[in-house]
Design a protein around this ligand. Structure first.
Ligand code: ZN
Length: 173
């Protein structure tokens, strides 16, 4: 894959705290340290716009999130793009102490080629109910979940999903 979208970030101050919108391709050229210097207190990282991440990008990301958590920031990941969810499923420390609020589920229509991403809110670290098929908004046929639906939420087994995780004891697995 040779297409690479420029990595960019936008910091917004909202009533719920700072929201950092990240988009583009996360690679060795993506400067995350500049973001670390902009944020203060609780930070929501909205990563819906990340289109691709390579191995250098993964290393930068893990160091970035870990650095923020160690600096005392409360970090939440929102609207995680499918490429980031796949990394969370492969790299155990990918979320590095951040809470995952929601992810995007990818769907693809075989009939017309339509693609869409559906927002899935996560609560209490439970596996969400996700439809294997949804109606295509373009042609009316069925769109299929464009990944392995059985394993797409495996990251919930080891990321910190909710505040009460530490007080719930060993109820996992
Ligand atoms: Zn369609």
């Amino acid at each position: 894959m040779s297409i690479c979208y420029e990595f960019s970030h936008v910091v917004e101050d909202t009533p719920e705290g700072q929201v950092v919108l990240l988009s583009g391709c996360l690679t060795e050229h993506s400067d995350l340290t500049v973001i670390s210097n902009l944020v203060d207190g609780k930070v929501v990282l909205d990563i819906a716009g990340i289109r691709r991440v390579n191995s250098c990008g993964v290393r930068s990301w893990v160091a970035f999130v870990r650095g923020l958590v160690e600096a005392g920031h409360e970090i939440e990941l929102r609207r995680c793009a499918p490429c980031m969810v796949r990394q969370m499923n492969m790299v155990a420390n990918f979320a590095s102490g951040a809470r995952v609020l929601s992810v995007l589920a990818p769907y693809y229509c075989d009939t017309c080629g339509n693609e869409k991403e559906v927002l899935i809110e996560l609560t209490d670290g439970k596996r969400p109910q996700v439809a294997a098929r949804v109606p295509c908004s373009r042609c009316g046929q069925e769109m299929e979940f464009d990944d392995l639906i059985e394993t797409y939420f495996d990251f919930l087994d080891y990321v910190q999903p909710a505040e009460e995780r530490s007080t719930r004891g060993g109820s996992g697995t």
